[in-house]
Design a protein around this ligand. Structure first.
Ligand SMILES: *Cc1c(COP(=O)(O)O)cnc(C)c1O
Length: 432
């Protein structure tokens, strides 16, 4: 299949090229030329199929013959090689837990698929392949973990010194092997600036094949459809009606993948974009105007995005028709106060511990159901243990630490410290 650049529609490239390039001219996002419908039989038999088969069926039309079937099947199986359960929280609300991956966040799914695909596509490349990422927290960990041990690919992660959580830092720095963590004595913005400068430096680009692990990369975006289909597989075993699905949203890649699956035929009643006060999209749904805002810091910090990149893909899926978008998508704005109250009340009433991102989605889903009825699923995108301060503030208790994390915290941190100085970064990249 070909993918076109949403900003220059005659720029069309293959799955492989789009995975390597990340974005097109003028930073345009790539979008599939056709939206392939799921097979009728596939949807009818969903509850009988294996998770691996479902994952493969989700991806095969997009990847086409650019990978041998057995390679794609293997990559798909590895992408979802952990639990992705739907659990009932109460009569009307269930949760899709997406935090059982190695870094305890849903970004593991996309990062695992992308890293393995790039590893395959770049295996015959003569230049050294370097994946360069700036991270303010979660993305870096998922990318590092996804690429860990992938042959022929080196990962360099820039993170701001003293500004990521202890767990996040360990996830970036304890792996070693092909993963290099650079501790930048500066801010996240400094890290991003250094990465951008590197991508536009001719000298470096002659010597290294640089690629980004940005969340708008189609190889990270498309595999996120898989867990929506896995959720329906579980839902349909007990429920007759279509679910309402609420997604904690920041850059809108996750919910956009769900909406893509819906356009392919997945039975979903309605989507809810659950946002914190960074609510450009809920505001759009109220006013029909998409106005980027300054980012505001909140408890659900992975959703602190003032200009969500993936929303253009959602508009494209609905053929830019506002009325179609509105029929299928509602938006809610949920403040920190409500987030904490939700964590507390759901813990007290149902004994379920939400993380701040999941709490935003739970609140939005409950509100929607109280107005319009129905039953639904919200996505839990991170394990609550990653946000101990918020959980303690809300409930007075610390969340239980899962075993994988306890092991991780025992490992040694290995980093290279650099100043926020391009020449220093350049020396590091060319030397190592
Ligand atoms: C990245 C992230 C989100 C937001 O996902 P988008 O695809 O950017 O909308 C939500 N929750 C957590 C925990 C995240 O890490």
């Amino acid at each position: 299949m070909k993918f076109y650049n949403l900003k220059h529609k005659d720029e069309k490239i293959s799955f492989k090229e789009a995975s390597i390039k990340g974005q097109g001219t003028d930073k345009g996002l790539f979008f599939p030329e056709v939206i392939p419908a799921f097979d009728e039989k596939f949807l009818q038999n969903l509850t009988e199929l294996s998770d691996e088969e479902i994952a493969y069926q989700c991806m095969k039309d997009f990847v086409g013959d650019e990978m041998p079937e057995e390679v794609l099947r293997k990559i798909c199986a590895e992408t979802i090689s952990f639990d992705i359960p739907v659990k009932k929280v109460n009569d009307n609300i269930s949760v899709l837990e997406l935090f059982h991956g190695p870094t305890l966040a849903f970004k593991d799914v996309g990062a695992r698929f992308m890293s393995r695909s790039l590893g395959y596509f770049l295996k015959d490349e003569k230049r050294k392949v370097t994946v360069l990422v700036a991270t303010s927290g979660d993305t870096g960990g998922a990318v590092a973990n996804g690429f860990y041990g992938v042959e022929g690919v080196k990962v360099v992660i820039l993170y701001p010194k003293n500004r990521v959580s202890p767990v996040q830092e360990k996830q970036l720095t304890a792996l070693g092997k092909n993963i290099h963590a650079l501790e930048v004595d500066g801010s996240f913005d400094d890290c991003q600036r250094l990465v951008k400068q590197t991508f536009s430096d001719e000298n470096i680009n002659q010597k290294l094949l640089l690629t980004s692990a940005n969340s708008i990369n189609i190889a990270r975006w498309l595999p996120q459809q898989i867990y929506y289909v896995l959720a329906l597989k579980q839902w349909l075993k007990n429920e007759k009606n279509k679910p309402i699905i609420a997604v904690p949203s920041g850059n809108f890649g996750n919910i956009c993948a769900g909406i893509l699956a819906f356009h392919r035929g997945l039975p979903v009643e309605h989507f809810i974009a659950a946002c914190n006060v960074n609510d450009v999209v809920p505001e759009y749904l109220r006013t029909q105007k998409l106005v980027p805002k300054e980012t505001v810091s909140t408890l659900s910090n992975a959703m602190d995005v003032g200009d969500p990149s993936n929303f253009v893909r959602i508009l494209e899926l609905f053929h830019q028709e506002f009325s179609h978008v509105k029929n299928m998508l509602s938006g809610y704005t949920v403040g920190d106060e409500q987030t904490l109250e939700t964590i507390k009340s759901v813990e007290d009433e149902f004994g379920y511990t939400l993380d701040p991102h999941g709490a935003v989605a739970y609140f939005a889903l409950e509100k929607y159901i109280s107005e319009y009825g129905g039953k639904g699923i919200f996505l839990e995108t991170a394990h609550p243990v990653k946000f101990p301060e918020a959980i303690e503030k809300a409930t007075g208790k610390n969340p239980e630490v899962p075993l994988v994390l306890a092991e991780l915290m025992k490992q040694e941190k290995v980093t290279t410290e650099i100043n926020p100085d391009f020449e220093e970064l350049k020396r590091f990249l060319l030397k190592n």
